[in-house]
Design a protein around this ligand. Structure first.
Ligand code: ZN
Length: 191
């Protein structure tokens, strides 16, 4: 089922996700719905908050972006990231490793908004995947950027929080518009 994407202005985007204690059939259903929703919106990643659930859960799929490579290794073995996509990361733990790198980002909760964001270029990740297996890997490139962007969502942090002040000032009118539209939609749905 394709889920509605929560847009900027909805308070759930500022909530820290709760740890998933048990992978229930409802969680598996949510993961599959998030995979479907991410694909339908041509997203590289999606956090549970973006579909209305404050949980430690994200889904990632870098296959759609051909011009921004990713690398990945599991237990020291280089693997093709495409072979593992789409992937769900439940209760992810991320350790930054590489030097900071600046690159463009967008977000499904901020339609038409793009900006350069600086993040560590390489990360080490430990999580549980959609098959309920523990997975530990290192990655860089687009995959590392996407995971860090979604990890922020799980903590209630948004990419606007990481933009430099000049970019933020430029984008402010567009951001305000998204926020106002969202607040209007929420108040309408509560009537
Ligand atoms: Zn986002």
């Amino acid at each position: 089922m394709i889920l509605q994407i929560v847009k900027y202005g909805d308070p759930i985007l500022r909530k820290t996700g709760k740890k998933i204690e048990k992978i229930t059939p409802e969680i598996i259903k949510l993961i599959n719905d998030m995979f479907e929703t991410m694909a339908a919106n041509h997203g590289v990643g999606l956090a549970a908050q973006q579909v209305g659930y404050a949980l430690q859960l994200m889904v990632i799929d870098v296959r759609g972006v051909k011009d921004r490579p990713s690398s990945m290794d599991i237990d020291g073995q280089t693997v093709k990231p495409e072979d593992l996509m789409p992937i769900a990361l439940i209760n992810p733990q991320v350790i930054p490793e590489g030097a900071p790198e600046t690159g463009p980002e967008g977000c499904l909760s901020f339609p038409e908004i793009y900006a350069d964001i600086t993040r560590p270029s390489k990360i080490s990740v430990a999580a549980i995947n959609q098959n309920e297996q523990q997975i530990n890997f290192k990655c860089s490139g687009l995959l590392a950027r996407a995971i860090q962007h979604e990890l922020d969502h799980l903590k209630g942090i948004l990419f606007i929080d990481r933009m430099d002040s000049i970019t933020l000032e430029e984008l402010q009118p567009n951001l305000d518009k998204i926020k106002i539209d969202t607040i209007k939609k929420i108040s309408k749905s509560q009537k």
